[in-house]
Design a protein. Sequence first.
Length: 332
Amino acid sequence: MPELPALPDGLAVRPLRTDDDAAVAALLTAAEEVDDTGENFQPEDLTEWWTGWDMDHERDGLAVCDAAGVVVGYATVMAPRNFRGAFGVYLEGRVRPDHRNRGVGRSLLQWQLARGAEVHAERHPRETARLTVPVVESMPSLEALAAKAGLTAQRWYRRMQRALTDLPDPREIPGIDLVPFTWDRDDEIRRAHNAAFTEHHGSAERDPEAWQAMFTGQRAFRPDLSVLAVEDGAVVGYVLGYEWAADTAATGVRETHFGQIGVLPRARGRGVASAVIAAALRAGAEQGCERAGLEVDSGNVTGALRLYESLGFVTTRTSVSWSVEVPPVGAL
């Protein structure tokens, strides 16, 4: 494990603990007033997030504390168990605004890059690794920090929203039934998701445990906001809906967030995606939501961005993956 970073006087650093979720949630709430990421967190959200990534708090996380022991910065290094292409290692963290411009963020990122290289060497040394810092474009200081550390902007993601008014007409497709999510189909949807995303950048196979931890097992998952497209008794398309209590509390607006949207390759080109999204929009409106949201990779190979725009979604924020590739260990 890399040495703990040096910090300005009055600050101390220690490994992140499993009970730091509330302290980090408070830090992120304070930072959101400046950063405007559109993301809000309850402690339980962070617990689920870190657990879903199988993060080892003591080795893969740091907490920066002031003289009173209050967490004013944190950093994490997380990687999925499964991957396609390069082994992705994700570096997340934040410094409370009143402690910025003191070199804290720079020190944390240097530690993250070193720990990320270790994770690569420990888990998949024969593969190329990609270390990534996600940066919302409303955070220019983090963008500058990533650039100075040698990372480059490699992937753009749009966060899109639309009001649940003037909804598109229901779409009927011969042979396709649009039905609500039911738990007996959960693993079938997982397998459909794996098949639907084989060509997507950064996608990975989700085993049953990871699927539950990161998707349908989350507190925010809402079966009643989720819709399936079924053909000949089999799931060929899906929209999985979520409602984040922290976002609702912060904005006063109930949003159904479409976390996963997919159509099997054999069912594409028939309007299945449009139909299942239109049905999910109506499900959200019927459940009292006022807005729908989603995130899309601007380089999505299926043309998803054009589809979402045709259904009334508009871009509200953009986030960028700032990354650096690390060759296999021992490679020249």
